[in-house]
Design a protein around this ligand. Structure first.
Ligand code: COA
Ligand code: NAD
Length: 653
């Protein structure tokens, strides 16, 4: 039984039990309707508590049903039936109260939650809007601007925020059911509450902020359809009587459900979850992880250390000398400070996390550490030396991971006595924020070690994707290929800002040349110089980036790169344009204009060809893994699903 009803003294308790996340599947919806009939008829129950078994209250509609025709009873009807009951319904909430789960809770007359509960309407992240009254009932309960933010961003809020907004009646710090029972009994003895559907929307307090928020949503959406539709739905909820707004909301929901963008977003949702499920690791126990070592406290090391601390893992950071140790510690402190300022942790928590960090200039302090992540400069000799040295100090069963962006992990592993315990964990910058980790698996890595890499990633809240050893793994190898193609286009007839504009119009947050300016051009220049002797002379080589560096144009940090940055403004550079034209002329290339559509097509084809090569070589296992990497690490528009999805579904735009 996915929904069961019990009578407990003078109350009825309706429990949803549909693991793993109590999704509101057809069986759950039917079960709830039956429960409504049963509890209304139950003369000994004066109120009803709605709760859920397992790790969470309902996490929303069953996304797997979205590819099928809608099946009765529909969620809006079930929620309306809850709302129309004579008896009060108290939602007792825990875990993630998301999407349809929150809409069900809004149909109840009262809501109480554990302090750890999170509330959200994440439908926009699946290319949808709430389709069971979320956009209509929420602004009838809380400030419309807050409702607009929740509906259009999809971001969850905490129970404390929910209480402050008036979304819930109470927080249960101890026994949720005891708290819900007390609320249910007092509700049964009080005057019935007016259902949200029969209330007026709350007034907009600041019309200027309201209009600005709506405009901001459309700009930020960069071509995604759902956020603008969600904003329009909330506006309609304010402008129309609830019953009309509900009909309109449902129509929009059903239209968006068949929008190719929603299919792409649903695909990537499931691809992210299956990326870390490797058949060979099915029954593999990961090593226990109680402490983490990080070598190098620069940009990446500090971010990785902070991510581990924030996930509750004590960290020992090792740096090369006292000055670098202090600088590394400062970087981590700055990240934790920022987390506190953003409300993610409080002062006490920050102090506890700071106490869980120790810093050192010797590897001896790592003798008891379970897993060590190396993040020193991208230099093979240095990494080899670090691994040889670590090998002398660490436990026999400790795991070693490198955060290298491009280097051969098997060669790094060969520096140790137990290469089977070495893997790559390729984090993205900033490592405490970016969700993606590529787990690089050398051929002879032990399965339990690989399983531990995935277990750590999960503990850090990351999306982990397996990749084999090659220059740049999945993401950086594809990026190198399309960056090269963009440079060809610049020599063939486009200008850097044409390429960037076309990429932004397609949905990337930034074009490839702006991105290089942001990262700095000097590191890749050094890499190209070191590869110059071994480069295939027959391969086309564009010299423009080298010439920018020779002129001291290293990007934003020097005020000039592909663009000029005088006065903090990004402006196309006449100097660069002259250089581009001169280089095309020097190579006797007759420049011809390249349309935006052709620019995007050439970028996509290059990505897809490189991705296909990665699959053929076995570096990437599944097309979905490649899409997960490009969407989460490289700004590929999520609503297009990724380059491989787009290859098979060209109608997404
Ligand atoms: N419908 C169907 N399946 C769902 C689901 C949903 N709404 N939400 C989660 N699942 C499945 C996942 O695919 C996964 O299945 P698998 O084990 O076969 O891979 C399983 O439930 C567990 O989900 P996972 O995300 O791995 O667990 P978690 O504990 O990390 O996160 C949630 C739990 C609820 C926070 C997260 O799954 C989530 O955000 N779900 C989506 C909620 C949503 O968008 N709801 C609105 C739908 S319109
Ligand atoms: P960084 O220059 O910011 O930091 C490197 C740190 O390593 C410095 O603090 C340095 O003092 C320390 N270090 C050098 N030698 C050491 C030694 N022998 N022992 C201990 N510490 C030592 O570099 P970064 O950007 O953090 O990159 C680190 C690694 O992460 C590189 O392999 C890089 O390719 C990779 N990476 C970088 C990014 C990025 O965006 N920056 C993204 C993914 C991966």
């Amino acid at each position: 039984m996915v929904v069961r009803v019990e009578t407990k003294d003078d109350l009825a308790v309706v429990t949803i039990d549909n693991p793993p996340v109590n999704a509101a599947s057809q069986a759950v919806r039917a079960g709830l309707l039956a429960a409504i009939a049963e509890t209304e008829a139950n003369t000994s129950a004066k109120a009803v508590i709605l709760c859920a078994e397992g790790r969470t209250f309902t996490a929303g509609a069953d996304v797997r049903e979205f590819d099928k025709s809608p099946m009765e009873p529909h969620l809006p009807d079930v929620i309306q039936a809850i709302e129309d009951t004579i008896k009060p319904w108290v939602a007792a909430l825990h875990g993630s109260v998301l999407g349809g789960g929150l809409e069900i809770a809004l149909g109840c007359s009262h809501r109480v939650a554990l302090r750890s509960t999170r509330f959200g309407l994440p439908e926009v992240t699946l290319g949808l809007i709430p389709g069971a009254g979320g956009t209509v009932r929420l602004p009838r309960l809380i400030d419309p601007l807050e409702a607009l933010n929740m509906v259009t961003s999809g971001k969850p809020i905490s129970a404390t925020t929910a209480l402050n907004l008036g979304l819930i009646d109470d927080i249960a710090d101890g026994d949720l059911m005891a708290c819900a029972s007390a609320l249910a009994r007092s509700a049964a003895n009080a005057r019935p509450r007016t259902a949200l559907r029969h209330r007026n929307a709350k007034p907009v307090m600041d019309p200027t902020a309201w209009e600005a928020a709506k405009t901001g949503i459309i700009t930020k959406a960069r071509g995604a359809h759902a956020p603008a539709a969600a904003a329009r739905a909330v506006q309609a909820a304010l402008d129309l009587p609830a019953d009309q707004a509900l009909i309109q909301e449902r129509e929009t929901f059903l239209t968006l459900k068949s929008d190719p963008q929603s299919a792409a977003l649903r695909y990537i949702f499931f691809a992210e979850r299956s990326a870390s499920k490797l058949s060979e690791l099915k029954d593999m126990e990961p090593h226990p992880l109680t402490s983490i070592g990080v070598i190098g406290g620069g940009t990446m090391g500090a971010g990785i250390a902070a991510a581990c601390l924030l996930a509750g893992l004590p960290v020992t950071l090792a740096e090369r000398d006292e000055a670098a140790r202090a600088a590394g510690q400062d970087r981590i402190t700055a990240i934790l400070d920022n987390s506190r300022k953003r409300g993610l942790i409080d002062q006490d928590k920050q102090e506890a996390l700071t106490a869980a960090l120790s810093t050192t200039t010797t590897f001896e302090a790592l003798t008891e550490t379970d897993l060590i992540i190396e993040a020193v400069f991208e230099d093979m000799e240095l990494k080899a030396q670090v691994f040889q040295e670590l090998d002398k100090h660490i436990r026999r069963d400790a795991i070693l991971a490198s955060n290298t962006s491009y280097l051969n992990i098997s060669a790094v592993a060969a520096q140790t006595r137990h290469p089977e315990r070495v893997i790559g964990l390729h984090f993205f910058s900033p490592a405490h924020i970016m969700k993606l980790v590529e787990v690089i698996i050398p051929d002879n890595a032990a399965s339990s070690v690989v399983a531990t890499g995935f277990a750590l990633s999960r503990k850090l809240g990351k999306i982990a994707v397996p990749a084999g050893v090659c220059d740049g793994f999945i993401g950086n190898r594809i990026m190198s290929a399309y960056r090269r193609e963009c440079e060809y286009m610049v020599e063939d007839g486009a200008l850097p800002w044409d390429v960037d504009q076309a990429m932004r119009d397609f949905g990337f947050p930034m074009g490839v040349f702006e991105m290089q300016d942001l990262a700095g051009l000097d590191i890749r220049w050094a890499k190209r110089k070191s590869q110059a002797a071994t480069r295939d002379p027959a391969q086309r080589y564009v010299h423009i980036a080298d010439k920018l560096c020779e002129a001291g144009r290293f990007g934003r940090k020097t005020g000039q790169g592909w663009y000029d940055y005088a006065g903090g403004k990004t402006t196309p550079s006449q100097w660069v344009e002259n250089l581009v034209l001169a280089e095309s002329a020097r190579k006797k290339i007759a420049r011809t204009p390249i349309s935006d559509a052709e620019i995007v097509q050439r970028i996509l084809s290059t990505m897809q060809a490189e991705a296909q090569a990665l699959l053929t070589e076995g570096i990437a296992r599944r097309p979905g893994d490649i899409d997960v990497v490009m969407v989460n690490g490289y700004g590929f528009p999520r609503w297009c699903g990724g380059p491989m999805f787009l290859k098979n579904h060209p109608s997404v735009d």
